[in-house]
Design a protein around this ligand. Structure first.
Ligand SMILES: CC(C)(COP(=O)(O)OP(=O)(O)OC[C@H]1O[C@@H](n2cnc3c(N)ncnc32)[C@H](O)[C@@H]1OP(=O)(O)O)[C@@H](O)C(=O)NCCC(=O)NCCS
Length: 215
């Protein structure tokens, strides 16, 4: 069975779940299924300081692309140490040979105390691993961790021209809460930043009086 993605256990072109080795099936597998069986397995774990150089390396790839970050030149590991310490949670994705190929983090949205329940999510994948479901795996993992670090509102600030990031936000139920028009200047051009947000719903425990006394 495909252990990577639930959807792919039951591809659209078959009515019943299939084995990942589909050589015996004459029909053409759907695109999602082909993508799945050809991609390597990724693992996730919480980041440690040892991961910082890899995290910075992946971030620097995105700076050059001008799609994701308003930093204009590469950052150094030393310059990011304080950033690392400030994060509420960081999760990294790594290959079977332990290469870190993506990361996501939750950072306090604002330094003022009242903003405590609100965090900003960032997600960066090494360029050659884009479009393989890794961003989705990482986003799911960081949202799971949010309640544990006292966060119930997650915000994502993305360039309005960053189609992949906007799709990732929409996929995880983020709504567009606003637009900051032309706030970023890069290479002589102005760019809009979209604000996406999502409220995380925590099931409320039943009141103590309920369920204990049926009478
Ligand atoms: C944005 C980013 C994290 C997405 O990660 P990813 O691993 O490529 O994303 P996934 O493969 O999980 O795809 C997530 C969704 O976006 C869609 N998508 C991926 N790339 C896309 C693109 N270039 N254009 C439009 N949609 C895209 C996928 O189809 C998928 O939607 P679906 O499941 O409905 O088909 C990754 O592209 C990246 O690191 N970009 C540079 C950094 C960045 O922009 N970070 C965001 C700012 S914090």
């Amino acid at each position: 069975m495909c252990t990577d993605c639930d959807k792919l256990k039951r591809p659209k072109w078959l009515q019943k779940p299939v084995c990942a080795v589909f050589a015996n099936h004459a029909s053409r597998p759907c695109v999602r299924y082909r993508r799945c069986v050809t991609k390597p397995m990724f693992h996730l774990r919480d980041a440690t300081r040892v991961d910082l150089p890899a995290i910075v390396g992946i971030y620097n790839q995105a700076i050059a692309g001008r799609q994701a970050s308003a930093d204009l030149s590469e950052v150094t590991v030393d310059a990011r140490r304080e950033w690392f310490a400030r994060q509420l949670s960081i999760v990294v994705a790594y290959t079977p040979n332990a290469e870190v190929v993506g990361w996501t983090s939750l950072a306090p949205y604002h330094s003022r105390a009242g903003y405590r329940p609100t965090a900003e999510v960032s997600t960066y994948i090494a360029t050659r691993y884009h479009g393989r479901g890794l961003g989705s795996q990482l986003r799911a993992a960081i949202l799971e961790r949010a309640p544990g670090v006292g966060v119930d509102t997650v915000i994502s600030l993305v360039f309005a021209h960053n189609a992949a990031s906007i799709r990732l936000n929409q996929k995880f139920g983020f709504d567009r809460w606003g637009l900051l028009p032309g706030v970023v200047e890069m290479d002589g051009q102005r760019y809009d930043v979209a604000i996406f947000g999502r409220k995380l719903v925590h099931p409320k425990p039943p009141p103590e009086s309920l369920g204990t006394n049926p009478g």
